[in-house]
Design a protein around this ligand. Structure first.
Ligand code: PEP
Ligand code: MN
Length: 338
């Protein structure tokens, strides 16, 4: 339910409504807008009538139900786009955020060389997996905490923020200690225990769409995180499985404007996993920008041939740089910047 307060409702009136909502066993999520405060009352439906009756509480203008199943991530409750602040970086505003780096952290040299190169090209975040969710248990599983330490060293040197995957809530403390952004991978998009665990932190989360998940399921997964109290979520389109076999996944470009219609959360596109093919990264990145993405996450490796994972879709540092230069022209057209 959305409780819209009158423009001049007092702090006490807002608090009173929040308290009543909680008494009914619902969660109260006030959103303080420039003109008025709206309060999201989220629960299982049982106290619907009681909440509806808050229409007569002092300072309340209207009470209307939220139609869609995703309550906190939807535009019904929050009309303005969410802008996430990660120190000096803003995601969801005019800044177009570039996250780049290897699929896996492999060595000190590899991550430092890559970090320097992507920073020089214009990236603001360094990606790199230290805990890797691999299809085969015999494939490289990641350097784990050692990999996180190397990422932290790269951050120290370059100032890049770190985005890295968390594959289990067992590692929440260690990953959250080093990371600036917690990545939930496609394979874990519906790991509800993990979603709840990251929801209990305030760390920014990059939530990737599952490879066989619908837009609604992605938004419901984001809802898990917000409902635990963490509003700092970015949605990531990374391609879905279709009958097509030329590409690794089929990047759903329409997901970008659709997510922007349905949700206020920032939308990031991953053209690397979305295509699986190096030569497609550049055109698809431009398409993502044009479609309304707030940023890109791109795999870059100094020597893709020897990469421990995802070499065929990794750009060379100079290819990444050329891509960024090309994007600059398009960004200027849209009055956006890196
Ligand atoms: C990755 O970012 O390297 C990764 C494993 O991505 P996804 O979860 O989208 O497959
Ligand atoms: Mn990868």
């Amino acid at each position: 339910m959305i409780i819209s307060m009158k423009p001049h409702a007092t702090k006490e009136q807002i608090e009173h409504v929040c308290d009543r909502i909680k008494e009914f066993g619902y969660q109260a999520h006030p959103i303080f807008g420039a003109e008025r405060t709206v309060i999201g009352a989220v629960g299982d439906g049982r106290a619907r009538d009681y909440i509806q009756a808050l229409e007569s509480a002092p300072g309340v203008e209207s009470v209307i139900p939220i139609q869609r199943p995703f309550k906190l991530v939807g535009r019904e409750l929050k009309k303005e786009k969410s802008v996430l602040q990660i120190d000096e970086i803003t995601v969801g505003g005019d800044q177009f955020v570039l996250m780049a780096g290897p699929c896996s952290v492999e060595s000190r040299e590899q991550i430092l060389i890559t970090a320097r190169a992507v920073k020089k090209a214009g990236a603001v975040m360094l990606r790199g997996g230290a805990f890797k969710p691999r299809t085969s248990p015999y494939d490289f599983q990641g350097l784990e905490e050692e990999g996180l330490k190397l990422m932290a060293e790269a951050r120290q040197e370059t100032g890049l923020k770190i985005v890295t995957e968390i594959i289990s809530s067992d590692e929440l403390d260690v990953v959250a200690h080093y990371a600036d952004v917690l990545q939930i991978g496609a394979r874990n998009m519906q790991n509800f225990a993990l979603l709840k665990a990251v929801g209990r932190t305030r760390k920014p989360v990059l939530l990737k769409r599952g490879m066989m998940s619908t837009i609604k399921e992605l938004l419901m997964s984001a809802e898990y995180i917000l409902s635990q109290g963490n509003p700092n979520v970015m949605l990531c389109e990374r391609g879905i499985r279709t009958f097509e076999t030329y590409t690794r996944n089929t990047l759903d470009i329409s997901a970008v404007p659709l997510l922007n219609e349905l949700s206020h959360l920032p939308v990031i596109v991953d053209p690397s996993h979305g295509t699986g093919i190096r030569s497609l990264i550049r055109p698809v990145s431009k398409a993502a920008l044009a479609a309304g993405a707030d940023g890109l996450i791109i795999e870059v490796h100094p020597n893709p041939e020897d990469a421990f994972s995802d070499g065929p879709q990794s750009l060379l540092p100079e290819e990444f740089q050329a891509l960024v230069q090309e994007l600059q022209g398009y960004l200027a057209l849209e009055k956006r910047h890196l």
